[in-house]
Design a protein around this ligand. Structure first.
Ligand SMILES: C[S@@+](CC[C@H](N)C(=O)[O-])C[C@H]1O[C@@H](n2cnc3c(N)ncnc32)[C@H](O)[C@@H]1O
Length: 290
């Protein structure tokens, strides 16, 4: 299908984009609507209400470019520079992993634990290891006004994006960014460690993800478990008595990660939490009061 160069309507532009994206996206219509809304500076609702309106030539050129980049499997979130996570908007670009809806299960589990815990400390100390865009740390900070949160990453580029998101959400006074390897930059033990570490085997993942998202955020080594091994081996020294650790996992990794967790924390309660699709998604480790 070709797209007229001028006097193109919203409807024609959407139809062309859907056709162009059909083979590379599971959601071609949604992608097209989001990209056209972005090019026009409109909401998606306004696009849907304005299907007969004509698009200016400049907007059409911009939309063409966005659709062509999407056709090369670039994530929609990078093209529009934004992604919603836990009801909050985050700035994203090629320097950080696009926050995934599955990771909201980790935030839910962490919030539930934090709200039920009886602690001798007034302030809850949390560390988010491998913070990327900062989405987990910031969602926790927004929902736990008494928490202080360390957010670490080995990627200085990712921390630059996380800084922008911390400022966007007004939590700079309670979220401290630290550069370094896993738990090494933490200045003190914490009550709650959370992490969505790299856990995929690069060769096995979707081509679009592998082409465009940072490999440091994805690469879990030859069996996907390399970062869990290092993180779990170091975690006991990084937790206060009665503390907890929560790790996002791939859907087939529960048994292996639970076994590593039991080795590191022989007396702790180790459980698996499912995501909304019913898949294994988070391993939780709750230690006894000291
Ligand atoms: C799967 S991404 C998760 C990003 C973000 N927390 C999220 O859930 O969207 C993993 C993150 O861990 C970081 N990372 C990888 N290896 C690391 C290491 N050894 N120490 C600290 N961070 C690391 C990556 O740069 C990336 O930002």
């Amino acid at each position: 299908m070709t797209l007229p160069d001028s006097h193109t309507t919203v409807n024609q532009a959407l139809a062309w984009a859907v056709e162009t994206l059909r083979d590379i996206s599971d959601t071609p219509r949604l992608d097209a609507e989001i990209l056209l809304a972005h090019a026009l500076g409109w909401s998606r609702a306004r696009v849907l209400a304005g299907v007969r309106e004509t698009i200016s030539d400049d907007t059409l050129r911009m939309f063409r470019t966005l659709v062509q980049r999407r056709a090369a499997r670039e994530p929609v979130a990078y093209l529009v520079g934004r992604k919603e996570f836990y009801g909050l908007e985050f700035i994203v670009d090629q320097r950080v992993l696009v926050p995934r809806p599955e990771t909201e299960t980790l935030v839910d589990a962490a919030l539930e634990w934090a709200r039920q815990r009886r602690s001798p400390h007034n302030t809850l100390l949390i560390a988010d290891i491998g913070t990327g865009s900062g989405c987990i740390a910031i969602a926790l900070a927004v929902h736990l006004p008494n928490a202080l949160i360390y957010a670490t990453d080995l990627s200085a580029d990712a921390l630059t994006v996380a800084r922008q998101n911390i400022e966007l959400h007004g939590v700079a006074d309670r979220v401290t960014l630290l550069w370094g390897d896993l738990l090494a930059p933490l200045p003190q033990p914490v009550d709650l460690l959370v992490s969505n570490p790299p856990y995929t085997v690069l060769e096995d993942i979707d081509a679009g993800v592998r082409l465009h998202e940072p490999h440091l955020a994805l690469n879990g080594g030859s069996d996907g478990l390399v970062v869990y091994r290092r993180l779990l081996a170091a975690a006991p020294r990084a937790l206060r008595p009665g503390g907890a650790l929560m790790l996002e996992i791939g859907a087939t990794q529960a048994e292996a990660v639970m076994s590593l967790a039991r080795q590191a924390f022989p007396t702790a309660a180790v459980r698996v939490v499912h995501d909304l699709a019913g898949r294994d998604r988070v391993v939780t480790v709750e230690t006894a009061d000291g």
